[in-house]
Design a protein around this ligand. Sequence first.
Ligand code: ADP
Ligand code: XUL
Length: 544
Amino acid sequence: MAIYLGFDLSTQSLTAIAIEVAARRRAVVFERSLNYDADFPAYGTTHGVLPGDVPLVAESSPLMWAEALERMLGIIAAERPFDLSELRAVSGSGQQHGSVYLNGRAAGVLAGLDPAKPLVEQLHGTFTRKASPIWMDSSTAHQCREITKALGGAEAVSRLTGSVATERFTGPQIRKFWEYDPAGYKRTATIHLVSSYGASLLAGRSAPIDPGDGAGMNLMDLAHRSWAPAALRATAPDLADRLPPLADAWTVVGPLHRYWQVRHGLPAARVVAWSGDNPCSLVGVGLATEGEVAISLGTSDTLFGAMAAPRTDPSLMASVFGSPAGGYMALLCFKNGSLARERVRDAAQLDWAGFSRALRETPAGNGGRLMLPWFEAEITPNVLRPRAHRYGGLAEGDGPANVRAVVEAQMLSLAVHSRWMGVAVREIRATGGAAANPEILQVMADVHGAPVRRLKVGNSACLGAALRAYHADELAEGRKLPWSEITAGFVEPEEPAIRPAPGRAALYDAMKQVYAACESHALGTGPDPAAALAAFRKGFGTAG
Ligand code: ADP
Ligand code: XUL
């Protein structure tokens, strides 16, 4: 029997999942989440973000993440949901792009962590920047322009790094830090991602960055999976000295530091490199090979799928990352995901059951009433002046119609902007908090024209991290198990699938054109979509 533990340091919470792998039994033996806002009120976060009023800035606290990790391991040590001595390996998933800035003292502090004192107490004084910029930050448009210029244009950046210079990506964030606080940058010895920071805390030493999360920085040469010297030069001086090395996601960083062994009675389990939440989700939904796509409805909505070779999006909207299973993955991120749904739900004075009822009671296609739910700065497409746009006579006060409009828009955007991947979507695997809602998944099935299957374990990023720990531990023992064997018994799509309702395919194909027209209009690149809307209403106005 062996136990593997996965963490997910996500936007709003820290989750841990432990899996048991035995000859005749495979089971999730522990699953727990700590919510930053509710469980760590001292940091004052809202939805995991620190208070602040600078537009487009979003930051969180690396100390809070460390405290959450320690509290979770304390819970496991106290509750003993499994035989602690059987814990073989630990890995993790982190919200992508966020960065942690450590000074020259940090390495010594991490190596010499004292089991008599809480972790956060010892980490005080090791940061050159108290707050970490996270993926929701879009304050670096200026730095993106500088980097793009230095690297010879958007297409060149995309070809080299897998994505155009992108506001939330770590490179532009690092450049902004260097520009605004050159002394702070100078004092910075190491810049970690949320993922490599988590692994470093567990191993008590600086952990590498994997090509899955590394590709979310605009700093990695995608094809070669190494730091791209030109991108580093375009970002900040002497950056190579400040980045951890890149290493495969199955790298063993070291054993759990003595701190965790003495303080929480854990064994010297292997700490496996962490990766980003989307790359980990790819494993956790069982899509380690090319073919299907997954949609995660978390704080952001993402659509992703595996790719054998590193192709990039000609429209420059999607990102390509390394897959933690080897190979590559494409990702689209629609930022106005769960928080936009919550906003519309609250405006209509509904709970989730009422939200679902509104979806059931409104017609597919919404009678041609559309919304571009850009309540916050958006990523797909890039929108830095947030504003929700309403078309086709959608009244702000019409609660149910707005509920349908927000969900249809989210699904339409992912469908329209993922066409370049050329994947004939046979099946969608749905994950993330809002995948608990079958009515939302029905819209997903209808818009994409494909059956949707939810996974039994809802947090695929966290499950993926636990599965990666298992995979890497086996490799370290000299056994290379196929991914299908790693995920068997854990990645179980629920039956039956949610199927597209008859007759919806034509409606949503037409609606994709209308959505694209509204998008161009709102971005100022296309004409008024009134004619397209009228034609759509004529054809499908009363469908449902
Ligand atoms: P993240 O990992 O990005 O922090 P999660 O995947 O845990 O986010 O998703 C959390 C979100 O799930 C919440 O913000 C909430 O809006 C959403 N959610 C939870 N239950 C439902 C439901 N029944 N219907 C729709 N959304 C839901
Ligand atoms: C992906 C992205 C988000 C974060 C947080 O590029 O920014 O999905 O990983 O989940």
